[in-house]
Design a protein around this ligand. Sequence first.
Ligand code: HAM
Length: 422
Amino acid sequence: MSKNRISEKLSTEPYKGVRDFYPEDQQFLTYLFSTIRGVVERAGYVEYHASVLEPAELYTSKGADNAEIINEQSYTFVDRGGRQVALRPEMTPTVARMVAARRRELAFPLRLYSLPNLFRYERPQRGRLREHWQLNVDLFGSRSPLADAEIIMVAYELMRAFGASESDFVVKVGSRAYIDHVAQENALSEEQTKKLLGLLDKKQKISEHDFSVGLRELGVSESVLSPENPPPEVVELLKYFGDAGVGTVVYDPSVVRGFAYYTGMVFEVFDTHPDNTRALFGGGRYDNLTALFEDASPEGGVPGVGFGMGDVTIRDFLAVRGLLQPYVPPTAVYIAVTSPDLAVEAQALAGTLRREGVNVAVDFGEKKLGDQIKTAAKHKIPRLIVVGENELATGVFSIKNLETGAEEQVPQEELSRYFNTL
Ligand code: HAM
């Protein structure tokens, strides 16, 4: 092979900013999804799904204007028919479209969840990738403050189900409606209101001085945006959580969220550990999004409230808290053979056990017994059976626990019961 051929070899790296999911990673995702399904389905949410491809206009139409996501972060392409297509950067416009399409048939309040993968052209960094999986939980058809409270409570219950204690995280609640009110009181133009939102959004990243100067330039008094001064709707929400014995919900006027569609309560959940500064959850109330679509009624859209929670940030959270479960393969037992001649008998034994409900992987006998055992250990398979002449003659097999080294003699007809009652 020429040098040239070697340099032409393909990289084993995945595309920049996306991940390969080896079994350990996939198992985490499976754990995450099943824990999530348990919590949200207990609260009455049902699962939906959609294609990763959307017409790009879903994100570029006027009402859907979310500058950063569209202009800088979208993956778009032109298909063979000349259509502008986007890989979905978020799920909210999709679910709003789906709800708008069937608004006459659907019953409200409607509780929906989904576990889509999303694509954003971001600079890859801790907590930020170009593809992530995001739980979306949304409640449609209610303007009640109790719907806002329910959505935050679902986020809280998820954190508890992941094993977090209250001091591990904080739910920061803000209000877009209140910012609009402040803008109105101060006669801010649309442009100035955007500036105010931007200033609040940046608050944690800039100095107190710069923040004060920014507010002064807009003629907005700092006291109306102080954390000690929650607007009445937030006071009500905080009281609800106080009464429910939840101590992790606080008012933070700097939580405004980057999306243009939010109209009311907005919130983010943060890790209290200094290593994880990115929001774990983000969401809020959006009462006009479904009005973008032709099937919406003239009096406006179906009100919505919900959140997104990503797999990358929650994994970072669980890692720093020591809450990640060790990898355990689904395989209960590995069958090794003392000689390749016995591989067929090993297959037969595996077949019998599988029909009786045991997850079995079998070796083909191409390596020495010691290496077969190493393979089983490397795969983290907890138990091993060696098939040899002796075992086949007596019908009694030794089951080795690869973690402790302990061995047990078990007759063949009792093997499946042994594994099924572990
Ligand atoms: P978001 O704040 O853009 O909101 O994303 C929600 C969560 O998804 C973030 O807090 C983070 O956990 C995760 N996330 C977002 N972007 C990335 C990324 N590039 N890499 C890794 N994780 C990421 C929304 O997307 C709204 N549509 C949520 C929503 C649903 N609002 C109402 N309903």
